[in-house]
Ligand binder design. Sequence first.
Ligand code: 5AD
Ligand code: SF4
Length: 456
Amino acid sequence: MNVERKVHIKSFGCQMNVYDSHRMADTLAPAGFTETTRVEDADLIVLNTCHIREKAQEKVFSELGRMRVLKEAAARAGRRVTIAVAGCVAQAQGEEIVRRAPSVDIVVGSQSYHRLPALLARAERNGAIVDTEFPVEDKFDNLEPPSREAIRARGVSAFVTVQEGCDKFCTFCVVPYTRGAEASRPAVKIIAEAERLAQAGVREITLLGQNVNAYHGQGPDGRPWPLARLLARLAQVRGIARLRYTTSHPRDMETSLIEAHRDLPSLMPYLHVPAQSGSDRMLERMNRRHTRADYLDMISRLRAARPDMAFSSDFIVGFPGESEHDFEATLSLIDEIGCAGAFSFKYSARPGTPAADMPGQIRENVKSERLRRLQAAIDRNAAAFNARCLGHTFDVLFEKPGRYPGQIVGRSPYLQPVQVMASQSSIGEVAAVTITEVSSNSLFGVLAREAGGVGG
Ligand code: 5AD
Ligand code: SF4
């Protein structure tokens, strides 16, 4: 008796939320929901939220204001629209969301979204419902697998969550509170998911986790597997040409994982590993459990294992107590790493985290000024990295039609978009491309065969 209904899911924040959004869509599909990109057409609107920074949270409430207008307009036309808030803001704020935004029907935390179809039925009967438990059942065991069509529509590159939560307790971060303690999925479940994705045409898998390299899920032999072991097994899945993982903590960059970068050709030579600061004094106050020297040592060990390795990072400016001197240490670290890219953030106090109550909170104008200088340093390094790619030949995984007719676009090993004149039939394939032109955010190239096979 499933009526056809439409769901619109809007994701905020990290890639893990993108993955969760897909899994919510998969789970709603048997209940008759198809996805729509047009929010006006939706019977169910899900906002999959992020709590990591203050702005992200405020965005959710302003978005909810817009949703309320849609909901009221639909009601006047005799159509019922249900609004659900999922993800980390849902987890952290629970009831408060319904108080601040009474048009919300469902609040579902990041560990209970497999219950979405049941919550929907209950909300329709009894009104607003909040479920932010950390249930005993494993949500991953209770989620529907995606259909072949859904996988195809999402493209040749897919995410798979392998680990959630974090035990690191960096003093600025809400993740240990919103996503809970570190937990890893069993390897067999991940392998089965990868095989299903590969059979439907996926060529690249990015393993996701808040602290992905702390992975220690149960292996088929009953013993915990480190991430390196899981990657080695996934490298054997037929059809999977590329593997990536994100986000890593420098402390968990074990020798076996560094060696995996040497031993597994399908493991891409690009790593996102946040440093947060270049100042040991700040790293200590952030409870990062690594020093600047540790970080640089990790980078050089990875480069020794795989010379074409490139790095991206996250940096926070204006952490409580940060002096100009500390900040300059961050700037110099960026140059020392030669970051291919990085995300930069102004510190924002998150209630309930230790740093929120630390002395030495930095004025907003100082944070803004440091952020500008940080971004300039990142842009300069990223531009230098892109410029170094000119004339090089590397593999590109073609993902979709390009900007102009006859063009297709893919990703380099370093996640840069690469535009190439080539047949649409190459989408889903990996081919060697020689880079002939570099612009601010794209590379242009020709298939290496046509270029006469220039070595990279
Ligand atoms: N303020 C600013 N940036 C933060 N991040 C996490 N918490 C905060 C905060 N309170 C940044 C970190 C992290 C990234 C995902 O978000 O750099 O690596
Ligand atoms: Fe947050 Fe990452 Fe630190 Fe964990 S390791 S507390 S997720 S910043």
